[in-house]
Design a protein around this ligand. Structure first.
Ligand SMILES: *Cc1c(COP(=O)(O)O)cnc(C)c1O
Length: 660
């Protein structure tokens, strides 16, 4: 097992640790199961608190607004939505969670500002790129109003969204990203609305465009610069900072901007310093370092005569996807309060030292605001599991190998698991070479292989009684696991799992009062072998399988993929032409909850049109072929009608598997 960051190295399977704590090396099966044990198994408190928990009936419950003790049973909600004809996969957005995230962020900064007696204010912005869905952006503007929360645009289309969505007097809009003259002219004119629109220079070349645009429209710009810090983030996005970063100005470029603006008598236009050292910064250390570096740049710019007034610390505030509270890439080793305190205190100290007035603090936290609010509910639609049956004792005249292997099987014990595994593996290899040279029949080879897997299964069971699992045996868990097929597309709904091995917490949303006895990997509906999930969160490391329940013939089995409200929706693609899923907004009311918006997912016609097909022409093409087959007596009228009916109904239907 690998060691990631500061995470502890695994010392055993989690089942093994559980059992050994209760009765060391004695009982094989944990006695009794409870919703509490499920909560532990899936670490829901770590990543889900205060929004998600397991109730006494063994179902996942959502508390969208922790200030109000109203819970929504996710399992019941799923059944209810399905009864209304909203098919799975379903993306459920809890609007109140977004509100709570915004509140917490603002309160954390508010608290730090009071604590440090910081004589300035905090005004966050939501980076629209994290999730551009209109209903969500509108909710963010609505919930954020109490704190003058603004929006950040990273492109021209996003600026257009921000201008339409942010109508508040004084509303803050930060313009980042590559800009052309139209982008800048639009932003400049919008500065004359009653809101604050700040154009951030991301590249030195943009200065000339701004000056030209400003002359053309006759409006002085409200400018910021993005600094290329030497402080790097950690993990995947470490390259967002440093000399080779895509965006940002080097120190000499910033000095050049100051000099140019000074020559033009425009130094009062430069009012903001921005930096962004990457997303999901799992350790507080680079944040502290970046704050120190940026605070000093801010102070220097002010001393050089720039008007200043705003320091924008970018995004990067991480989400604890695995609940481990470590600096592992899927986690974070600091709390919101610590983050805010670090931002406030570093700026405070630098400004005090240089006797420069403190800036208004801006942060562009996207992931931390949007991740928690949406849950993807999937249905398991099938499974495949290697089954070997009970081991069969070889007959007295059976091949020597079979008899030896059966003996190995019988002798497997905690103290000799490794030795037994070596013996079994050797027997399997020997069988393969004997077969190659014609000394073993196909049937005998099959018997050896079956017995080999019986040994593996018994070894795997025996390992559960051990505290320490030898490294070479750790793969058994995955090799013996089942594959659960789920009705969704990874590429559409959780593309980061495929693209960057991202970890989202995944767990059953019901039956949590039953022990999950099956280890499974998950497969999606695409015919792509990458459409698999075989990395799952774990307290100590990453697990290759997920604990799940046996499937029932009578009851659907639902899994929830949590914390996927940031980035996934827009990065999702149409691989195999699986389209947008159905999405639902759920809002708390005084005495319960209501379904706010229902956004129907794509139909097959919709996705076909994306790739330039005309469904009407397709029906026509198929109809003509069917006519010919009827006229030549190859199919009946009845068969033709069945085909055309299915064809036309399918065009109108959801792209995922549906119940008829
Ligand atoms: C992506 C991005 C963000 C958002 O980062 P999070 O880690 O999601 O908070 C903020 N600012 C800029 C400039 C970005 O590119």
């Amino acid at each position: 097992m690998t060691i990631h960051g500061g995470k502890l190295m695994a010392s055993g399977l989690d089942a093994a640790t559980d059992v050994s704590r209760r009765a060391p090396n004695v009982s094989e099966q944990p006695v009794g199961w409870s919703p509490e044990r499920s909560a532990q198994r899936y670490q829901i408190t770590g990543w889900g608190s205060p929004y998600f928990q397991v109730n006494a009936r063994g179902q996942v419950e959502v508390t969208p607004n922790p200030d109000r003790q109203q819970c929504i049973n996710l399992y019941d909600l799923t059944l209810e939505l399905r009864a209304r004809g909203l098919e799975l996969p379903l993306l459920i957005r809890f609007s109140d969670i977004v509100g709570d995230r915004i509140r917490r962020l603002n309160e954390a900064f508010g608290k730090a500002i009071t604590e440090y007696e910081y004589p300035g204010t905090y005004r966050g912005v939501f980076p629209v790129k994290v999730n551009q869905q209109r209903h969500l952006v509108e909710e963010i503007v609505r919930y954020g109003r109490a704190w003058n929360f603004g929006l950040e645009a990273g492109s021209k289309p996003e600026l257009l969204i921000a201008l339409a969505a942010m109508q508040d007097v004084g509303g803050l809009i930060i313009c980042n990203g590559y800009k052309d003259q139209k982008y800048i002219e639009t932003a400049l004119v919008a500065q004359k609305f009653d809101k604050t629109v700040i154009v951030v220079l991301e590249r030195i070349e943009e200065l000339d465009i701004v000056i030209k645009a400003s002359e053309k429209v006759g409006i002085r710009p409200f400018l910021g610069v993005r600094a290329k810090l030497t402080t790097r983030g950690v993990g995947r996005w470490a390259d967002s900072a440093g000399d080779r970063a895509k965006f940002g100005l080097t120190t000499s470029e910033m000095v050049e901007v100051v000099d140019r603006l000074s020559e033009l008598g425009m130094l009062d236009c430069l009012q903001l310093l921005h930096f962004h050292i990457g997303s999901q910064i799992s350790s507080i250390i680079p944040i502290k370092n970046a704050m120190q570096e940026a605070s000093n740049i801010y102070v220097e710019l002010a001393k050089m005569g720039a008007k200043m007034g705003y320091l924008d610390v970018g995004g990067g505030l991480a989400v604890d996807y695995d609940g481990s509270k470590t600096d592992f890439h899927a986690s974070k080793n600091y709390q919101l309060e610590e983050y805010a305190a670090d931002v406030v205190s570093h700026v405070q100290a630098a400004c005090a030292k240089a006797d420069v007035p403190v800036p208004t603090l801006v942060s562009e936290s996207g992931r931390a605001i949007a991740a928690h609010h949406s849950v993807l509910v999937l249905e398991v639609v099938g499974q495949s599991q290697v089954r070997f049956g009970e081991p069969v004792e070889p007959r007295p005249d059976a091949h020597r190998l079979l008899k030896e292997l059966f003996e190995t099987y019988g002798g497997i014990q905690p103290k000799n698991v490794q030795e037994s595994y070596h013996d079994a593996s050797q027997a399997k290899e020997e069988a393969q070479s004997l077969f190659k040279y014609g000394y073993l029949s196909l049937r005998e080879r099959a018997q050896v292989e079956r017995l080999f897997w019986n040994c593996c299964e018994k070894i795997h069971q025996t390992l559960k009684r051990l505290k320490f699992v030898p490294e070479e045996l750790q793969h058994l868990d995955k090799n013996l696991s089942a594959i659960y097929y789920c009705n969704f597309s990874l590429f559409q709904s959780a593309p980061d799992i495929w693209a960057i091995d991202h970890l989202f917490p995944i767990m059953p949303i019901h039956r949590l009062d039953e022990e999950p006895t099956v280890s499974a990997t998950l497969a999606d509906l695409t015919c792509d072998s990458d459409g698999m999930i075989d990395h799952f969160i774990d307290v100590e490391d990453v697990k290759s399988t997920l604990a799940v329940h046996t499937l029932s013939d009578t009851e659907s089995y639902f899994l929830g993929m949590f914390l996927n409200g940031a980035y996934q929706e827009i990065l999702g693609d149409l691989h195999n032409l699986f389209g947008d899923t159905n999405a639902i907004h759920v809002e708390l009311t005084d005495n319960g909850y209501q379904i706010g918006h229902v956004i129907k997912g794509d139909s097959i016609s919709d996705v076909l049109r994306y790739v330039e097909y005309q469904p009407e022409n397709m029906v026509e093409a198929v109809r003509r072929q069917a006519e010919r087959a009827v006229s030549q007596g190859r199919i009946t009228n009845e068969q033709m009608r069945t085909l055309l009916q299915h064809y036309e109904e399918s065009l109108r239907s959801y792209t995922y598997l549906t119940e008829d």
